[in-house]
Structures are given as C-alpha cells and as structure tokens.
Design a protein around this ligand. Structure first.
Ligand SMILES: Nc1ncnc2c1ncn2[C@@H]1O[C@H](COP(=O)(O)OP(=O)(O)OP(=O)(O)O)[C@@H](O)[C@H]1O
Ligand SMILES: [Mg+2]
Length: 401
C-alpha cells in the first residue's frame, strides 16, 4: 500500500513510523475516531489518559489491567484519605463542600495574563463568593511535575513569587490558582519594549537599570536557593518586575522545572550543584540581554568567555572568572551594589530618584518613543561582539573604587 504514495509521502510515513516506534511520538484517536499524532514535546492532549475514564479494547487482559488500576486508586484514596487538592489561602478562595468548580464557584473572565508553553494561557478568573480576581494556570497531568507545587509551597511565604492559593486535580489536569501580580511586567517585555524609553530619558539609564535588575534577580534567586530549590528555567519570561508602594521587586514564576536541592544546599557553598550554577548562568544571560540587547541565546556563552579569558592579562581574567564561577553570590551582589552607587554618583542621581524615574517610565503614563536603539555602543556583527562585551562587562564590574 505504501508504494502507492509519492516518494515524499513515503519518506514522511517512514519518519513517522520511526518516531512512533522509538516513542518520540504517540498515535491516538480524536473524538470522531480518526487517528492523530502527538509529539511529546507539544502535548496538546494527555497521552497518558491518567484520571480519565478508560476505554479498554476487546482484549480481556486490558480490561482486567484497567479495572485493577482503577480499583487500586479508589482503595488508596479511601484508606489513605487522599485529598484531590490543597487550599493554602481561604481568604481569596471559597470552596464548597471541598470542591472548586468553574461556573459554580469561579468564573473565567476573558482576560489572559500571558502565554504559556506547556500550560497554555494564564487566565484571570473570578471567585464568586469572595468577589476577588485571581490567576489560573492549567497543566496537563502528563506534563505536570510535582516539584512545581512542592517548590512553590516551600517559597510561598518568602515574597519572591506570586502567592499560591489553591491547587487541585480536575480530570486529567492540575489547576493552579494564584495571586495576580499587579503592576508587574516580565523582564522579556522590558527588554522588548521599554529599554528604548529608558535610553530616551537618559542614555546611561539602560546600563544602570541592567545592574539594578542583575542585583535584584540574584537576590530573589538566592532566596529560592536558600529554601533548597533550584529554579532551572530562569529566562526573561519567567521573571517579573513589580512595583509595590514605590519600591521595585523582582519575582520569579513558573516552577515547572524546579529541582529539589534541599540535601545538597544544606552543605557548604563548595558543594554548589550544577542546577544552582545553571540558575546563576541564566541570570548572567538575562543581564547580558539587558546590557547588550542580546541574550546570547544559542551560543555557549561560557565557551566564548573561556576563549576570550585565555587571552586576557591575569588580573582581568581573575575578575571575570569571579562572575563566571559565581560561587560567592553575596560578594557579587555587594560588588554590583557598589558599582550601582558609582554609576548613580556619575549621573548625579540618588537611588530614590533613579527608582522614581524607572517606575514612571515602566509603569506610568507612556511617552512616545523616538525609536532609538539603546545598545548601539555594542557592535553586533554576527551576533555579539564578545571582545567588546567582555570589555564592557569588565569595566562595569570593576572591583576597585
Ligand atoms: N501570577 C501572575 N501574574 C501575572 N502574570 C502572570 C502570572 N503568572 C503568569 N503570568 C504571565 O503568564 C506567562 C506564562 O506563565 P508561566 O511561565 O507560569 O507559564 P508557562 O510558561 O506555560 O509554564 P510552563 O513553562 O510550565 O508551561 C508569564 O510569562 C507571565 O507573563
Ligand atoms: Mg514560563
């Protein structure tokens, strides 16, 4: 039959068979019984069919297997009295007989807060009894990692993330109800749409602001590490800058890749794990995104740095390697703080007026943009000019007063 297909169709069918037999893709059926293909990295539907009503084939074994699995689940729920969710904040959410249903207890509004990859859109919902809006993230069971909630519960009180209100299992999805971060923008939005405005205000502001964000990010992530969790998915879409009563805070979101480091992080800083190092490397990447306008995505930054470092005089090399190793985050933070002070002095600005300016530009009435490219001072032929980048970074983080 395959011979009746065109050469390219045959090639595609072979590729598909390969993906199915190697487990890269799964073949399923839609509601009308037509075959559909699901690639694991896309996960539009739940390939595991966990917590849905099974439809065993005519095969007796399959019937028995599914029935046993179903009854085991009921038994363990009964015996161990397993809950289907956990409410963490009863002041924002009102349950009814241990249930929280869309339409009855909360309404979906048309608003969305952001686009997710695995999770889909983050929606704004409304608790009918409490008359309060909050955010809802829905994750398919097949894509859900328990660490997302474990990490969140552990850091929930530390003020570095949106507050988790409730999580529960509904059908084949996990629903996460959380605080809406008000007056907050993702760092991605800032790099994409606001850096030019800072540049318009004062050409030194983007650099100052990059340092400021660098410091805040380190501080936030350090708090997460102190609780024993590595984030492992730090990028500009998973961090938000929030204005709260005149102060600015960096908050982290999305613990879908979080890793439990509670045993490792208890030890000395010498035992710093690869996951924690990755978090700091990701922060440097984001900083580089702000500072140079290029996040070095797709390039192995450390490799490029290593090559450049080898060519540098020893004194300079040691300074930059400090950033690279990032073993002593506290020291790095102190150094950035010091540098920030210097930059502010150069600009004849104090921290308060700097904050006010940034808040006005980022969260105030928007001003028309002149379309400047704030990072014109870094030449970018073919990606990033690493030599200049290193030079600028080195200058910026100079140790000496
Ligand atoms: N509590 C919140 N308040 C305001 N905006 C939020 C909140 N949570 C998420 N967002 C917005 O939604 C976007 C996507 O959220 P999130 O990163 O949690 O989902 P995701 O990327 O789909 O997660 P995953 O990678 O686990 O699939 C964020 O970048 C942000 O813009
Ligand atoms: Mg995300």
């Amino acid at each position: 039959m395959i011979n009746k297909l065109t050469a390219s169709e045959q090639e595609n069918v072979r590729a598909l068979l390969k993906d199915i037999t190697t487990g890269k893709a799964v073949l399923g059926k839609d509601k009308k019984g037509r075959p559909i293909i699901q690639y694991h990295e896309q996960l539009n539907w739940d390939v595991s069919n966990a917590n849905t009503i099974a439809r065993p084939g005519t095969d007796e074994d399959d019937k028995e297997k599914k029935t046993t699995a179903f009854l085991e689940m009921i038994e363990s729920m009964k015996v161990e009295k397993r809950p289907r969710g956990v409410l963490l904040d009863g002041t924002k959410i009102e349950l009814r007989s241990g249930e929280y249903r869309e339409g009855k207890d909360f309404e979906n509004t048309e608003e969305t807060l952001g686009k997710g990859n695995i999770a889909g859109d983050i929606k704004v919902v409304y608790d009918k009894k409490k008359k309060i809006k909050h955010a809802l993230k829905i994750i398919l069971l097949s894509a859900f990692r328990v660490e997302e909630i474990q990490a969140w519960v552990d850091i929930n009180e530390s003020g570095i993330c949106p507050q988790l209100y409730l999580s529960h299992l509904e059908g084949n999805s996990v629903l996460i109800h959380m605080e809406i971060l008000k007056k907050a923008i993702t760092l991605r939005d800032i790099t994409d749409t606001h850096m030019d405005k800072l540049w318009d205000e004062n050409q030194e502001l983007p650099k100052l602001f990059s340092l400021y964000i660098f410091h805040k990010l380190l501080d936030t992530v350090q708090k997460m590490h102190a609780k024993g969790w590595a984030h492992k998915d730090l990028h500009a879409g998973n961090a938000m800058l929030q204005e709260q009563d005149g102060s600015l805070k960096v908050k982290v979101l999305d613990f879908g890749q979080a890793q439990d480091e509670r045993d490792d992080l208890k030890g000395s800083s010498e035992n710093i794990s690869e996951d924690v190092k990755k978090d700091y490397a990701d922060i440097v990447k984001m900083f580089s995104g702000f500072y140079t306008g290029d996040e070095l995505i797709g390039t192995n930054m450390w490799e490029l740095w290593k090559k450049k470092l080898e060519e540098m005089p020893e004194k300079d090399r040691l300074e930059i390697e400090e950033i690279k190793r990032l073993m002593d985050v506290q020291e790095l933070k102190d150094r950035i703080k010091k540098k920030l002070k210097h930059c502010l002095n150069d600009l004849n600005m104090d921290e308060e007026s700097f904050k006010k300016t940034v808040i006005q530009i980022l969260f105030g009435e928007s001003k028309p943009m002149t379309g400047h490219d704030y990072n014109v001072n870094i030449e970018q032929a073919d990606g990033v000019d690493m030599e200049k980048f290193n030079e600028e970074t080195k200058k910026m983080l100079e140790l000496r007063d």
